[in-house]
Design a protein around this ligand. Structure first.
Ligand code: MG
Length: 240
């Protein structure tokens, strides 16, 4: 065990799960042309993440709730997640799931994996008896365009001066959050973003890669925090 305190912030869609479950749901239950148009608008930054979710939910009508739930439960997780959760527990690293997706499917998938006890911050979704999707965004912050659940605020609120912060993610909804952490594990679109913005990151394929790197970081005599992240955090505190 290490004497260093790491706080781990973990994305859900495409990081804990193999696919982006939120996107898969809409691609299955909403007309593909409508979904592509809305997602294109998001990627071109014509709409925010929140506007994207509102449009997608507004376009959906779920006729068969069982089919909907079965589809959610057909989604696979990254198999190395379990050993990673065990690793964090053994080392007393607190783990937080920060998702710009919805509690409705996150809870079902984590429950299936016996990981329902993990601390999750996400958007919320209610499915009405008529099959309408009603989203809500309890952690919305207009400053965070890339995610309707402002991941940055959870990082700042759940870590202190003595903590080394770690973010593990794959996508655009993490773009804002990673700027506030000391160590970034990135793949796919998030990796491209880090490259473009010249942000230091570790690439990873699965959680075994993360464990190996975390062991290296933990065993360093003197581990430095990321200066850019410290500046960003200070700036955020001034604004709040
Ligand atoms: Mg993701």
């Amino acid at each position: 065990m290490t004497d260093k305190q790491f706080k781990i912030f973990l994305d859900f869609d495409g990081t804990i799960t193999k696919n982006d479950v939120g996107e898969e749901i809409f691609r299955k239950f909403v007309d593909d042309k409508i979904v592509s148009k809305i997602v294109d608008d998001l990627l071109a930054d014509r709409i925010s993440s929140r506007e994207c979710w509102e449009s997608l939910c507004g376009s959906a009508l779920i006729k068969d709730k069982n089919e909907f739930d079965d589809f959610i439960l057909s989604q696979q997780i990254e198999p190395t997640l379990h050993s990673f959760v065990g690793y964090c527990e053994a080392n007393k690293f607190q783990l937080f799931v920060l998702s710009d997706g919805f509690d409705y499917y996150i809870n079902k998938i984590l429950k299936r994996e016996n990981l329902h006890y993990l601390k999750v911050f996400s958007n919320k979704l209610i499915l009405t008896d008529e099959g309408k999707m009603i989203p809500s965004f309890p952690f919305y912050n207009a400053d965070c365009r890339s995610a309707a659940n402002c991941k940055r605020n959870h990082i700042i609120e759940n870590s202190g001066e003595d903590d080394y912060t770690v973010f593990i993610g794959d996508g655009n909804s993490d773009n804002d959050a990673i700027q506030y952490v000391d160590f970034i594990f990135a793949k796919d679109d998030l990796l491209k973003f880090c490259e473009m913005q010249r942000i230091t990151y570790f690439s990873f394929k699965n959680f075994d890669d993360v464990i190996l790197r975390m062991n290296e970081l933990s065993s360093k005599k003197r581990l430095k925090k990321r200066h850019q992240a410290e500046l960003k955090r200070r700036e955020a505190f001034k604004i709040e």
